[in-house]
Design a protein around this ligand. Structure first.
Ligand code: ME8
Length: 518
């Protein structure tokens, strides 16, 4: 078994249906997971829903239902979204599960045993929308002088008895963690967090007494834990914590927490401090991705531009959407989408470039060689040069993907596709059919191989379309990982296989803008 690689998404608030930002994060996490699998890692992907807290309680009250019912209904939609987008998670966790209460209470007990918890009175600002406490100095002024959180959400003055966590004690250790490696990415977010922590940390209020929708504090029955204490612990619960054998022993510490930029502070200040206090190793990396905007605008109910990601995938295709998100957005930065941008990008790159290369190569093999794959062929310099160009493009792509630079990686992949299309035009195999059939066969077999390799390389991004393509090429389902890309002699690969080309059918159809969006 390969090296373990445990990746998690944020767990979403199921106070409504999933939006496009949720889809973006889930897709990115799935592409990372599939890519690491292809690279030979033993991958585990976890996602889920974050069901406690005031925000859930208030939403349920507004809807005239209970938070438990609301969570169950909405959590189902998040799971459906993952299935619809081909997000192949290993664990879908809900924080209302009993095993999660146990894990969180155990973490609490360990922090308490360390002497890091004390009872006091909290007086300060709280944003229900962010489920976050803010310092007076962090607040900004909204319309009419209203006080808002730095995220622009309303805050309310809160006074109650509360358990506190000695966050201040961990300031130096946290700074050491940020300086010792790649704990926070991208760099800009690392700097932002380091500045925040250097500015001094106050102890954190970590329990509430004014409502009861949460995990009970051990020994303090009238307190429920602050929702972020319980939410963050989901990453441990999914591995069977507090049982430290089995999955926990294999996969903890997590390799990567993939989250959005708005919740980096929780994951890189509070979470590692809780873990240090409980003597649990901290995760290896937290990556804060950017926000996805709709034509440059935040989606919101008041603007009326909220998009259902499942409907979007139905309109344009799941693979298309996955490719678009990773190709269009520089990972870590904000990105913008629109129907026109999806159609333009995916037609140019998937349909016209790669799709067309695959379709015309396989059609010629099917028509002119009866779909048969041959290996006893003479290689020309042009063939060797193409193999070289494709191998180096794929190597760059893999390197970029290891570094989570998806857009750059796909750019390298696309350049290799261009080289292939140029090769087809220059070699003009259709003209060789009568004049030099042996050469035609060598050209078509060269194309077969580069299409196979380019397909395998991009499979983590567009898995369904590539599987349909590899089926048509007779590539066995268990021969689609990156180990299939290792080779010294290109034609020898064909000799060792029982590939055959079926009547090909395009796997990346040309898209058109739907009438209502044209
Ligand atoms: O924050 N573009 O849940 P959530 C990209 N429950 N990503 C976006 C986005 C957008 N427009 N809007 C939100 C929570 N996200 C907590 C997490 S983890 C222990 C608890 C991202 O449903 C957001 O940054 O508000 C977060 O990573 C994820 O979607 C879930 O957001």
């Amino acid at each position: 078994m390969g090296e373990p690689y445990y990746i998690t998404t944020a767990i979403s608030y199921p106070n409504g249906k999933p939006h496009i930002g949720h889809a973006y994060e889930a897709i990115a996490a799935d592409v990372i997971a599939r890519h690491r699998k292809a690279e030979g890692f033993d991958v585990r992907l976890q996602t889920g829903t974050d069901e406690h807290g005031l925000k859930m309680m208030q939403k349920a009250r507004d809807l005239g239902t209970t938070p438990a019912e609301l969570a169950t209904e909405m959590s189902g939609y998040f799971r459906e979204m993952c299935d619809a987008l081909n997000v192949d998670y290993d664990v879908f966790i809900r924080t209302t599960e009993p095993r999660h209460h146990e894990a969180t209470q155990e973490l609490w007990r360990r922090m308490e045993a360390k002497g890091d918890l004390y009872l006091d009175r909290y007086e300060g600002w709280y944003s229900v929308r962010d489920e976050a406490y803010y310092d007076e100095s962090e607040l900004v002024e909204g319309d009419g002088g209203a006080k808002l959180s730095p995220q622009g959400t309303p805050v309310e003055w809160t006074v109650e008895e509360s358990w506190f966590f000695r966050l201040s004690k961990y300031q130096d250790k946290l700074l050491e963690l940020y300086n010792s490696g790649d704990f926070i990415r991208p760099e800009s977010r690392r700097n932002e967090i380091a500045r925040f922590v250097e500015g001094g940390l106050r102890d954190l209020s970590i329990s509430r007494t004014s409502f009861d929708w949460g995990v009970k504090v051990p020994g303090s029955d009238n307190h429920v834990m602050y929702v972020w204490v319980d939410a963050l612990t989901n990453y441990l619960t999914g591995l069977g914590f507090p049982n430290e054998e089995g999955d926990y022993a294999r996969y903890w510490p997590a390799s990567l927490h993939l989250i959005g930029k708005d919740i980096v502070r929780f994951h890189t200040v509070y979470w590692p401090a809780f873990l240090m206090s409980a003597d649990v190793p901290v995760p290896q990396q937290v990556f804060g991705h950017g926000f996805l905007l709709n034509r440059g605008q935040k989606e919101s109910k008041s603007v009326g531009n909220v998009t259902d990601p499942i409907a979007l995938a139905e309109t344009f295709g799941v693979d298309t959407l996955r490719y678009f998100f990773l190709r269009e957005v520089a990972f870590g930065q904000d990105g913008s989408w629109s129907p026109e941008a999806i159609v333009t990008r995916c037609n140019a790159e998937l349909a016209n470039s790669f799709g067309n290369l695959a379709q015309r190569s396989l059609s010629m093999i099917f028509k002119n060689m009866g779909g048969e794959i041959k290996s006893d062929l003479e290689q020309s310099e042009a063939d060797a040069a193409l193999f070289e160009a494709v191998a180096s493009g794929i190597a760059s792509m893999r390197k970029a993907f290891m570094d989570l630079a998806f857009s750059d990686g796909l750019d390298a992949w696309m350049k290799a596709v261009f080289a292939c299309n140029q090769y087809v035009d220059e070699q003009a195999p259709w003209a060789l059919r009568k004049t030099d059939p042996a050469r035609m066969e060598a050209v078509l077999m060269t194309l077969f191989q580069v299409v196979r390799d380019l397909a395998i390389a991009v499979r983590p991004v567009v898995p369904s379309a590539i599987d349909a393509l590899l089926d048509q090429m007779g590539v066995a389902p268990d021969a689609r990982g990156y180990e299939a890309l290792e080779k010294t002699d290109w034609f020898a690969v064909l000799a060792a296989s029982d590939y055959a080309v079926e009547k090909p059918q395009g796997v990346f159809p040309r898209l058109e803008l739907p009438d209502d969006q044209a």
